[in-house]
Design a protein around this ligand. Structure first.
Ligand code: ADP
Ligand code: ZN
Length: 738
């Protein structure tokens, strides 16, 4: 029988090539380039590692996305492989592509958003492991002591009498030259040990609380769906004990040897919150948030990678925590705006978490006292499992809530603090209880106008009025950061006739100091917490009752739990209702309810006083009556009528350029293109000038797209994106809203 011939001309040496995604994050260059892997690097070349390559004449970093044996193009050599272990594992590599598709941004920018700075492909940043050096003896101490003669060397060796290993820095303090000689002569050995820069403060361990019925039920439902990718909406009023449920569920996850991600909004990532976790799970937590240095973040990331911790608590970026065996994912305060990134890639952490819960087959818990309309609507459609908790834990009751009509108060010369609020503050202070005041506007005065000539200070780049910051004696633009020193005279007519209008937290603080001269007052806003650790310090000091009144911006509205606070005053509740945004009602409801929830969290009953010029406003009435469902139905009706989410999806296209006519032309062309290619039911609005029309000298035009079912729309926008990319003078931001 004739055997078929086997081809025997196998290539003797297979060459290796890598597809590399370079660090340039622009959409202009959003593709991989093929490089040759020199033989000496073949063993180390693994998909997901970073490499150094020549790109044009520049040396740049990039990620290896694929390896192969052939290349159709002429290639350069990879210069260096930068990682011992891949920075992107298989899940991450996939996740990046998923994000790219969801946000229509460059793949490189997606990977970059997923990684801590130390691990991003970026030639500029060099963040290293921190290492500590130790010294050990090369033999028996007594033997070695015989070998040395100099006293300084003997002194160094003496350090080893009680310890086998000592810090090198301690030994060099005795004698640096002796240490050097001892190392050279092989009497001492040097050991390197990696140290982590960040450690969560140690807490006394605490055991689990006994859950009440509602909590128990929620826990059981979640636990019974371990191994499934079910999504839960845990709708528990403020103080109902959601955090306690998370802790109990995580305990079960840990028993299975699995891992947990807990996402919280940046501003509620308070020491209080972390403390509760670290009391229950000491040494098992990594923390990821913007308050950490890049080195610290790098270390926290590695604790996760190495499996040294099972829990990661963090802000938005923690959704990428590189766990390999997730058992639960929790998103606390799921309605929070901070879960959407507002720069490219404009991703929703929720999309990432949903994807990861599918990959890991684990439940995803969305917790909130005021769920987003979107989540509530999904729960209504049974896409999410609804878990309500309607009682406050420990039998605390919801605070009483009063709306004060400020029109009356202005007449009575109480324009800042109403009579009602003033009396209540005095009463609480007399009882030695604490007060919180919310004013969601920082700075001192928001408008400075000359009463002689009418001059008003405006930002030269953004055309909006500048806010006066008294402590630093300057004017600041809250959009672009422009600052200007101010003196007493009007720069226009040179008269001493400037007037300071509008109330910010700084002015409020001054005012309070005047009317409550004996009270101890502290302010918490972006300015007073600009320095590292200030947020923690103010929180801790207020908790220890070093202050009677805490006033602040929305920073104080979330997550804080002070048992002695019995009064929450909300000044200017109308401000957030007036923001031109389809979500302004929703944001107001949630801000005010969250803030209200700070009062009366333990046995003492709380009081909330809301100052407003529209006490009849339906949203405020709902806040007053703790009527979330009423608010929900009311707002859903509006959204339906006006064709907004969750009934329609939105895409906002923003066209930007320093040149007015170019951007206006380009936006109009885009509109035409969309018009020709869209589904008949899809609605296009604009182009119009944006709310912030001129920011930092750049003009903004917007097109809003509202759609429900439009299969082709995403492709149309991709096409449009390519056209716009051709015009170097204009950029187009693509921003998805749900
Ligand atoms: P939420 O996260 O819903 O606002 P928390 O979990 O912060 O509520 O709970 C509010 C307060 O009630 C906390 O001080 C917490 O320690 C306490 N608490 C919660 N659940 C229980 C329970 N089952 N037994 C005793 N105290 C509880
Ligand atoms: Zn400005």
């Amino acid at each position: 029988m004739q055997l078929p011939k086997i081809c025997s001309i196998l290539p003797l040496v297979m060459k290796m090539y890598a597809d590399v995604l370079v660090e340039i994050r622009s959409k202009h260059i959003d593709k991989t380039f093929t490089y040759h892997v020199p033989e000496s690097l073949e063993k180390e070349a693994i998909v997901g590692k970073r490499v150094l390559v020549l790109f044009g004449k520049q040396k740049l970093e990039g990620y290896i996305l694929a390896l192969k044996n052939t290349s159709d193009v002429k290639t350069k050599d990879i210069l260096e492989i930068l990682d011992e272990e891949p920075v992107l594992n298989e899940e991450m590599l996939e996740l990046g592509k998923f994000l790219q598709e969801k946000t229509l941004s460059s793949l490189s920018s997606c990977y970059s958003a997923m990684l801590p700075k130390a691990l991003k492909a970026s030639k500029k940043t060099q963040i290293h492991k921190k290492e500590t050096l130790y010294l050990t003896l090369s033999g028996e101490l007594e033997e070695l002591q015989k070998e040395v003669t100099s006293t300084s060397q003997k002194d160094v060796l003496a350090l080893f009498e009680n310890e086998a290993r000592i810090l090198k820095s301690r030994a060099t303090k005795v004698s640096a030259s002796a240490v050097k000689t001892l190392l050279k002569n092989g009497i001492l050995n040097e050991e390197k040990e990696e140290v982590y820069r960040y450690q969560i403060k140690k807490q006394e361990e605490e055991s689990a609380k006994i859950l009440n019925d509602e909590q128990q039920l929620a826990k059981e439902k979640i636990v019974s769906s371990f191994q499934k990718n079910e999504i839960f909406l845990l709708h528990g009023i403020t103080g109902s004990g959601k955090t306690e449920v998370y802790l109990n569920v995580i305990e079960e996850v840990l028993k299975l040897g699995k891992e947990a991600i807990v996402l919280v909004p940046e501003i509620s990532l308070t020491p209080q919150f972390v403390e509760r976790f670290s009391k229950r799970f000491p040494d098992d937590i990594a923390l990821l948030h913007s308050g950490l240095s890049d080195g610290e973040k790098y270390d926290e990331w590695r604790k996760i990678l190495r499996g040294e911790v099972h829990i990661c608590i963090g802000a938005r970026s923690a959704s990428f925590a590189p766990f390999k065996n997730l058992g639960i994912i929790i998103m606390d305060e799921e309605h929070s705006e901070s879960y959407k990134q507002e720069s490219s890639p404009r991703y929703f952490a929720l999309d990432v978490l949903k994807k990861r819960s599918q990959t890991h087959k684990c439940p995803l818990v969305l917790g909130s006292a005021t769920p987003s309309l979107d989540s509530m609507a999904r729960a209504g459609k049974k896409l999410y499992t609804y878990l309500p908790m309607k009682k406050r834990a420990q039998n605390a009751v919801l605070p009483e809530c009063i709306l004060v009509d400020m029109a009356e108060e202005v007449k009575n010369r109480h324009p800042i603090i109403s009579r009602e609020l003033e009396c209540s503050i005095i009463e609480k202070l007399n009882k030695n209880e604490q007060v919180m005041l919310l004013l969601n506007r920082r700075g001192h005065s928001t408008t400075i106008t000359c009463s002689n000539c009418g001059f008003t200070y405006r930002c030269p780049h953004c055309e909006i009025s500048l806010t006066y910051h008294k402590s630093s004696k300057n004017l600041r633009c809250h959009y672009c950061g422009y600052t200007k020193y101010i003196d007493d005279l009007c720069p226009n007519c040179h008269e001493k006739s400037l007037n300071y209008y509008g109330l910010g937290t700084e002015k409020l603080e001054e005012y309070l100091e005047n009317i409550f001269p004996t009270a101890k007052i502290v302010r918490m806003d972006a300015d007073s917490t600009a320095n590292k650790g200030m947020h923690e310090k103010i929180t801790e000091d207020f908790q220890n009752h070093k202050y009677d009144i805490l006033l602040g911006t929305q920073m104080i509205s979330k997550g804080l739990d002070f048992p002695n606070v019995t009064l929450m005053g909300i000044l200017d509740a109308d401000a957030s209702l007036q923001i031109p945004d389809y979500k302004s009602n929703e944001k107001t409801y949630s801000l005010l309810s969250q803030a209200s929830g700070r009062a009366g969290r333990k046995e003492k009953k709380g009081l909330v006083i809301i100052q407003t010029f529209q006490p009849e406003n339906y949203i405020l009435q709902c806040v007053k009556n703790h009527a979330y469902l009423k608010f929900y139905q009311y707002e859903m009706n509006i959204r339906k009528t006006l064709k907004y989410p969750p009934f329609y999806y939105l895409i906002l296209l923003t066209f930007k350029s320093k040149d007015y006519s170019t951007v206006s032309k380009e936006a109009n062309k885009a509109k035409e293109f969309l018009e020709q290619n869209k589904d008949p039911q899809t609605i296009l609005l604009g182009p119009t000038t944006a709310n912030m029309f001129l920011v930092n000298g750049v003009y903004h035009f917007e097109i809003l797209i509202k759609y429900r079912f439009d299969d082709k729309l995403i492709n149309t926008i991709k096409e449009l994106d390519k056209f716009v990319l051709l015009n170097k003078k204009v950029t187009m931001d693509i921003d998805f809203h749900y």
